[in-house]
Design a protein around this ligand. Sequence first.
Ligand SMILES: Nc1ncnc2c1ncn2[C@@H]1O[C@H](COP(=O)(O)OP(=O)(O)O)[C@@H](O)[C@H]1O
Ligand SMILES: [Mg+2]
Length: 687
Amino acid sequence: MGRIRILPDQVANQIAAGEVVDRPASVVKELLENALDAGASRIRVEVEAGGRKLIRVADDGHGMNRDDALLAFERHATSKLRTADDLLSIATLGFRGEALPSIASVARVTLETATGEDAAATRIEIAGGKILHVDDAALPRGTTIAVADLFFNTPARRKFLRAESTELAHVTALVTHYALVHPEKHFELVSATHTIVSAPPVGRTAERIYQIFGKDTLAALLPVAAETPLAHAGLPEPPPWKKDPDEPVRDPGTMRLTGFYSKPELQKLNRNSIYIFVNKRLIRDRLLIHAITEAYRNVIPPTSFPVVLLFLEMPPEEVDVNVHPAKTEVRFRQQSLIHDFVRDSLRTALIQARPAAGFLAALDSAPLASPSLMPPPGSRLPGAPDPAPLAESESTELPIAVAEAECFQLTPRQPAPIPGKLPFDASGLNPGGWNGREAWGAAAAALFQPPQPAPVDGCSPELNIQSGNGLSPATATAQVEAEQAASTLNHLGSLRPLGQLRESFILAAGDDGLWIIDQHVAHERVLFEKILRDRQVEKVQRQRLLMPMLVELKPSQMVVFARIAEELDLNGFEVEPFGPQTLAVKAAPVGLEGPALERMLAEVIEQSSHESDEVKQNEDLAALRTRIAASIACHSAIKINTALDPVRMEWLLLELAKTSHPTSCPHGRPIALLYSWKEIQRAFHRI
Ligand SMILES: Nc1ncnc2c1ncn2[C@@H]1O[C@H](COP(=O)(O)OP(=O)(O)O)[C@@H](O)[C@H]1O
Ligand SMILES: [Mg+2]
């Protein structure tokens, strides 16, 4: 007697359900995708108890006739795919024919559907995979699927469901994502007590972002658009002798990218605010997340992540969507091309936009954790109508929902107004030698060797300035931030330096307002980009030390040193082993000497010892190169608490204006903040 049996459909469906349906949000995802595939223009999602009790999705799509409605619950029944070849060019969100039978095997499902052409509509009730009733009904065109008591027959799965509020938060995130990618469609999400999302059709994605997240979020984002023709379609062409001469030459098509990315000042602690849609499908993809973080490398801190909404469009044969049962992962056929396209498009956009950071945003730019793209705790989405009055017992539902899911706020929090006056008075200003213009050349050179007394380590953000002297006027409004969105750092070079504040910050006047520039990080950015440029053409200037500097290392550090020695050499160092645990530094990049040189070497060796072996060799080298450049720049840049005359200030602003990323230092700290003319006027009650 053989041991192998074919599983009954019911069991097979439950197994498939394990992959496809793991929580209410995944049911909502499948039903939403079906509605979109059916060409719906209006989709309404209702949930009760976070979707555990009920999920109902109603659409006005093309509906199904009675036969199709019955077939839809059969395993592997789909209208979206006929042959295996179709898999190569899928234009619909669904194609596996698994969702409805899987859902019906673990819940009580009611389907109501009408094509608008047949005489009668159809109503089917099915529970735990068994059809209970099939009736005629009278309904308008479209489909409504209600899924009640999810996992009622699989208690083990039910146990894995989280609190109602958490499940509701996931459902909300999902509906908002699909609403973002289809601004032309009407989306609604309602719970028993609230309208959570209400997004009537709009013309542009920006309007949808405004509808869903409000104007603060929109103001913190910048648009990006790019496209590139593909050299060949899908996988690389076979060699000519293997090619079928009769096969028609295919047009490889184009890859397009549109979307929104955050200004460097808006930072998140995790990647949950990065949204990637490929051909209108929401996906998670490590390759593209890597491309995005690469674009922001040395613009925001390595531990922070940006907010990015990325919509990629490409011919369907470029992307294999049949990789994962829940279809959240895809495989690109031209991986590195797509990676580089995304990275370069974003980086170019960042370089061109050079958005100026305002005080208000900067005061509040500590990175926030962001589990999902969700509204701020306790609030309705801005587009939602006023909530219906709540019964006492129900009134806590939504706030808990959002709080428990630790929803982040995409919109920057409003800083609490800090009473106080502008902290600079005449004594704090350092007018410097106003007639120092002749000293131009010398000053520029001297910037590489700033006066030595540097009481505070230039790389640490703390300053001996009293805290609490906030510059934030009590009149902080979101409108201000929207106005600041227009200011860029392109005019840095034409600013007029007024003087220094505590010998640490340059104050400069421009048409758009008052600028405060952190002199240390500004110089750091200038040097960083110069070092990388010089390194590329192997033109780094080195300087012999009068006496070799001896550095003691632990044996493990000696190993690390051996690994990075060549790159150090190319960056202007001449370092030789001097005994088993000692290095002799004979030459170093111009401007780096004494304790700063010692600290810089220790820092690079320390950072390089954390490196994981998994990182690919060439990536490794690029990362090492920028790390060394950042470290040299940091330790040789002009320190805070250093007096600068106007010529040096002007020079620094001019050089900063020439950099690609004058927004932030290589470690991601802001360089220049704008106190806009509007803010100033408002603070003085002039407008
Ligand atoms: N909302 C809907 N409107 C019209 N047809 C639908 C809808 N939902 C499902 N269907 C039909 O049922 C079939 C099976 O759905 P599903 O199990 O999700 O598989 P898939 O979407 O992979 O084809 C679909 O191919 C489609 O023809
Ligand atoms: Mg489907």
